[in-house]
Design a protein around this ligand. Structure first.
Ligand SMILES: Nc1ncnc2c1ncn2[C@@H]1O[C@H](COP(=O)(O)OP(=O)(O)OP(=O)(O)O)[C@@H](O)[C@H]1O
Ligand SMILES: O=P(O)(O)OC[C@H]1O[C@](O)(CO)[C@@H](O)[C@@H]1O
Ligand SMILES: [Mg+2]
Length: 533
């Protein structure tokens, strides 16, 4: 029997049998975990009472083992809130999707309540089952009558390819799948809730917007006032809120959910993670990222063509990425024309042995040209020391970065003026806004559609205060805190960065001493991992 079958058997077994002391289930309110030892003394008859926080959750929250099965435990479900947590008498209705002609061909129209998505899929045979998230998708029962739904959509933070596709697919998904006709657009981000009129969104209005870059609803930074926003949600009779934005936006969504819960409103709050930087934790990648990497190729190609046509040509391409260098890393790996990639996660230095100047000199001697890709957040420690910022923070409180691109080109130019025989020909390209202001490509369009539909299914099913996103290629409902607690960054001790280093053959910018210390740290970490599992 495979794991999946054994898992289902285990669950039905649990739900049909005896009692389990509730105190042994005490953990994070939305995550339940039982260790192997909890079960070691009761092999056959274990009944676990439904978790206290949701009647919806007669679901596979728990793990144990069934006799004759290998011991499979350590299963954790990091669950998302449900409206019945604080509105226990909310009526439920059959999902109208089952009557839709398109879905009549589907073998399993509804996601089984037992389906969970594993956060870690590379395991050893003795690994605990680990953290799981609720699988996204339509549920058999919904908690809203379609004719009573009044939904709204808001977009916040910076632009990203695909926002319009997400907007379109929320409107069309609500309408086509559930028959919802009342959808409002909130204009210009969070502050639009209380400072602007709403816009009526119909499938006809949004029909062509996926072909456009930007956001049809406009966006802004700053202006999050939870009370004013929730007052407005109440006043307008909105009962589903779809919030598209990055880490800051999702933190704001979490506050809105908390306030909605405090006021006991039947309002589903669904977050759709967006960021060009791909710095949202847990999810596989953020929408628009592939489109951005593709567009970055054009800038890198241009730099390469330019520097290849002149003597001692140095091309510098600056790409976005405040705290994470994913765009720079993937654009570099995809291109193969890049000689050196600088990202915020990996510090570098200019002068001396193993430094950037020495590397440039070598490449110019060998090839006569080179291309450097630099993420906007790279080398900020140096730039900050020499360049004054205009303002310290943007309206959302994000630190404004100094411009590393011009700083780096000037430093390189200055350095090589000392070597008259090596007069360099600098070509600096800054395509930062160009790569995020374009419409999404085909695969991002499909990804955006899945995200939007996942959010719609989750809200209709009564989940709230959740974010949707792919985890190991399966879409899941994630607690908002899980995607905001820390940013996703490039693992500089990971294989992807090693692949990049191998492809560019750039310096590691680590002195031999540093390398030795790093290796010691890795050895120690391994020791800890081995002894703790
Ligand atoms: N900690 C927070 N609590 C509540 N609201 C927040 C918080 N951080 C940011 N926001 C609000 O979220 C919105 C967007 O935030 P921000 O400008 O940081 O962009 P983001 O969503 O992180 O997207 P990105 O940085 O990828 O462009 C703003 O309206 C801001 O006021
Ligand atoms: O200039 P804006 O619109 O505030 O956005 C710039 C920032 O937004 C991001 O694209 C994130 O959305 C960062 O990479 C960048 O620093
Ligand atoms: Mg952000």
């Amino acid at each position: 029997m495979d794991l999946r079958a054994s898992f289902s058997l285990t669950l039905s077994y649990i739900s049909n049998n005896s009692s389990f002391p509730r105190h042994q289930l005490s953990l994070h309110p939305n995550s339940l975990q039982l260790s192997r030892s909890h079960f070691s003394h009761r092999r056959h008859f274990i009944r676990i009472p439904p978790p206290p926080f949701s009647r919806q959750n007669n679901l596979p929250l728990l793990h144990t083992r069934v006799s004759n099965q290998p011991q499979i435990d350590g299963f954790v479900l990091e669950d998302v809130p449900h409206l019945t947590n604080f509105l226990p008498d909310l009526p439920q209705y059959p999902n109208p999707l089952q009557k839709r002609q398109a879905y009549s061909v589907v073998k399993n129209t509804f996601v089984s309540p037992e389906d969970a998505v594993a956060q870690t899929i590379v395991v050893q045979k003795d690994s605990p089952r680990g953290v799981h998230f609720r699988r996204a998708g339509p549920r058999e029962k919904v908690y809203f009558k379609p004719e009573e739904v009044r939904a709204c959509i808001v977009t916040c933070g910076g632009l990203c390819p695909g926002i319009n596709t997400v907007i379109r697919e929320i409107v069309c998904g609500l309408n086509n799948m559930y028959g919802v006709e009342d959808v409002l657009g909130i204009e210009e981000g969070y502050k639009g809730f209380y400072s602007k009129n709403t816009m009526k969104l119909t499938p006809k209005v949004v029909n062509d917007i996926h072909k456009l870059g930007g956001t049809f609803l406009r966006t802004s930074r700053g202006g999050h006032d939870t009370n004013k926003i929730v007052d407005n949600i109440e006043d307008r009779g909105i009962n589903q809120v779809y919030i598209i934005g990055g880490d800051g936006t999702q933190k704001g969504a979490s506050l809105i959910y908390e306030e909605v819960e405090k006021r006991r409103l039947q309002v589903a709050v669904a977050g759709i993670p967006k960021t060009i930087d791909n710095d949202i934790a847990v999810i596989d990648k953020s929408f628009g990222f592939d489109t951005a990497v593709e567009e970055a190729q054009r800038a890198i190609n241009a730099a390469h063509v330019e520097v290849n046509s002149v003597e001692n040509g140095i091309g510098i391409v600056k790409l976005m990425g405040r705290y994470s260098g994913f765009i720079a890393m993937y654009a570099t790996l995809a291109s193969r024309d890049v000689d050196c990639c600088l990202i915020p996660e990996s510090s570098f230095y200019l002068e001396g042995r193993g430094g950037l100047f020495e590397f440039i000199e070598q490449r110019l001697k060998e090839n006569g040209h080179l291309v450097i890709v630099v993420a906007e957040g790279a080398g900020q420690e140096f730039v900050a020391a020499e360049v004054h910022a205009v303002g310290e923070n943007d309206p959302s409180g994000n630190k404004l970065l100094r411009d590393v691109g011009p700083w780096l080109s000037n430093k390189i130019k200055d350095h090589f003026t000392k070597f008259p025989k090596m007069a360099v020909n600098m070509k600096y390209i800054d395509p930062t806004y160009m790569i995020r202001a374009i419409p999404s490509n085909a695969s991002d369009n499909i990804y955006c559609t899945l995200l939007a539909h996942g959010a719609v299914h989750g809200a209709m099913a009564g989940y709230s205060g959740f974010t949707v996103g792919p985890v190991n290629s399966r879409h899941a409902y994630l607690p908002i805190a899980r995607v905001t607690e820390r940013p996703n960054t490039v693992e500089v001790k990971g294989r992807m960065w090693a692949r990049l280093l191998e492809s560019t053959n750039q310096p590691s910018f680590a002195t031999p001493d540093q390398q030795r210390v790093d290796k010691e740290v890795i050895k120690d970490t391994n020791k800890i991992n081995i002894t703790s599992t």
